[in-house]
Design a protein around this ligand. Sequence first.
Ligand code: PMV
Length: 298
Amino acid sequence: MVICSAPGKIFLFGEHAVVYGKRAIACAIDLRTSVEITSASGIHINSVFKDDPDKNLYIKTAIKKVQNYAEVNNINISVSSKIPVASGLGSSAAVTVATIAALNKEFQAGLDNDQIAFLAYQTELEVQGAASPTDTFVSTMGGTVIVPDRKKLPPITCGVVVGHTGIFKSTSRMVSRVRGLKDRYPEVFENILNAIGQMSERGEKLVLENDYRSIGELMNVNQGLLDAMGVCIPELSHQIYAARQHGAYGAKLTGAGGGGCMVAICDPDKCKDIADAIGRSYGDSFITSPTAEGVRIE
Ligand code: PMV
C-alpha cells in the first residue's frame, strides 16, 4: 500500500498573465489531497470528489502517463481531499500530482520530482486543453515558486487568509474571456500583462526580504489589473475590501476568478479578524499556512 499527498496553492501574483508567458508567483498551502493505492484486480478509482466526478479524468490520464514508464495494473486508487473543488486552489493539480507520485512509488517508475511535475502538467493540458505549469509545479515542489522560470523560494511567513465565494468558476471560460479582450485591444493588454509580469519580478525580491507590506501593496495593484481584465465579480470584491478594511497587507482574487477564492496576506495576529470580516462580507473564509512541503509519501 502507498499513500501520497500533494498541496493546493494560492497565487501572490500573475494568474492569467502567466498564460502569455509572463512571470507568476504561487505559494503552496497546507491543504492537501491524498491518494492511496492498494492491490486489487484490474484498475478501480474511488474518489471523494463527489461534486466533481470529472476528477477521475485527471486520475485516468495520469495513469496513462505513468504507463509509459511502468506497467500499471491491479490497483484500487482512493482519493481524499481538503481542497475545495473548482475554487482556484489547485485541487486538480494536487490530485494529479499525488496520483503520479503514488504510482511512481508503487510501480518503481523511477520518476524524480521534475518529471512528476512535467507529467502532471501534460495531464492537465490533455484534460483541460489549456493550462500553465503553475499549479502542477507548485503542488510538486511546495514552498513559493516562480514560473515559468521554475525557481523555488522559501515559503512566505506571514498570515494567509482565504475567502471562498462558493461560486463555481470555470478556468477555461475565464481564460477565453481574457483572450477575447486581449484580441480586441492588443496594445492595451500588452501593457497590462507586462505590468503584472513586472510585479512578479519585484515580488521575488520582496519575498526574499520578507517584505509583506510591499507584497500586499503590489497584490492590491495586481487585483486592480485583474478587475480591468474582467475576471473579478462583486462577491470577490466584497471579500477583498473586507480583508483590506480589517488590516490585511493586501488582498486579491486567486486563480482564474469569475467565482472561486480570494486571498489576503497579513500579520499572523490579524488572521482571525480578517477571516471573520471576510465571512461576514460573503461566503466562507479560513486561515491557512504556507507550506514548504510539496508532494510527499505519507
Ligand atoms: O483557478 P485555477 O487554479 O485554475 O488557476 C488558473 C490560473 C490561470 O492563470 C488563469 C490559468 C493557468 O493555467 O495558469
